[in-house]
Design a protein around this ligand. Structure first.
Ligand code: ZN
Length: 236
């Protein structure tokens, strides 16, 4: 049973970039947890701010409900840190909370944003916080003077404009069997309706790339990831 942890700067980030990974992990009997560091209430809730008299509090409530629905669609549990966005500021206490969550949950795999994004001030901030919490939770691979969890695999998910974020995929995940669940999760994110078609098309493109790599004609949709640490295997 695999434990997968996905950490996003904003409450919808996991849906576009890793909902397929979460759904595949959940349907395989694994445990999936999503941490939303903020609700993206100020910077990533475009549709909601068109409504007259809108407030940050109301937007956060709607975004929480949307993210819970989306997480449920892919069999994941949502943990919301509510740290605020644009700018996201991850306090030392929040890093400690994330590290403690990692020690308790002991994920096999941690997924988050790449460390660069010229279009978003919060995504690289989330990356730094996750990278730090991951190291604080696992120590240096030796006995430590604090409670640790085993080291995790560490990957980043695909950003909106991959080339400009230095993202080079090293893993394609076949999400064909769970694509309907991903679409359902995307539909739950009504505040960012404009992204649903974009990420459905992205999944088709990555499916094409995955077919080319494998020759497996049954792959229709895929998600792309980049490993930050080598995977260790017994045989090539
Ligand atoms: Zn975001």
């Amino acid at each position: 049973m695999r434990r997968l942890l996905v950490v996003g700067a904003h409450s919808a980030d996991f849906v576009w970039r890793a909902a397929g990974a979460l759904a595949r992990n959940s349907t395989a009997g694994g445990e999936s947890v999503v941490v939303a560091l903020s609700y993206g209430e100020r910077g990533e809730s475009g549709e909601l701010w068109k409504q007259e008299g809108q407030t940050e509090e109301k937007v956060k409530q709607i975004r929480h409900a949307e993210a819970e629905t989306a997480a449920a669609a892919v069999g994941a549990r949502l943990v919301a840190f509510d740290l605020g966005d644009y700018p996201l500021r991850v306090t030392p206490e929040a890093v400690d909370r994330l590290a403690e969550l990692m020690r308790d949950f002991a994920p096999h795999v941690v997924l988050t944003h790449p460390d660069r994004d010229p279009f978003n001030p919060d995504h690289p901030t989330a990356h730094q916080a996750v990278a730090q919490a991951r190291l604080l939770s696992s120590g240096a691979g030796v006995d430590s003077g604090f409670r640790t969890a085993p080291p995790t695999e560490f990957l980043v998910f695909e950003p909106h404009q991959p080339e400009l974020c230095g993202f080079v995929p090293s893993v394609f995940l076949d999400i064909t069997s769970v694509f309907e669940a991903k679409k359902e999760a995307m539909r739950a994110m009504a505040a960012q309706r404009y992204l649903q078609r974009y990420y459905a098309e992205r999944a088709e493109h990555r499916g094409n790339h995955a077919r080319k790599v494998t020759g497996d004609a049954d792959i229709r949709q895929a998600e792309a990831f980049q490993r930050l640490v080598p995977n260790v295997v017994g045989q090539l």
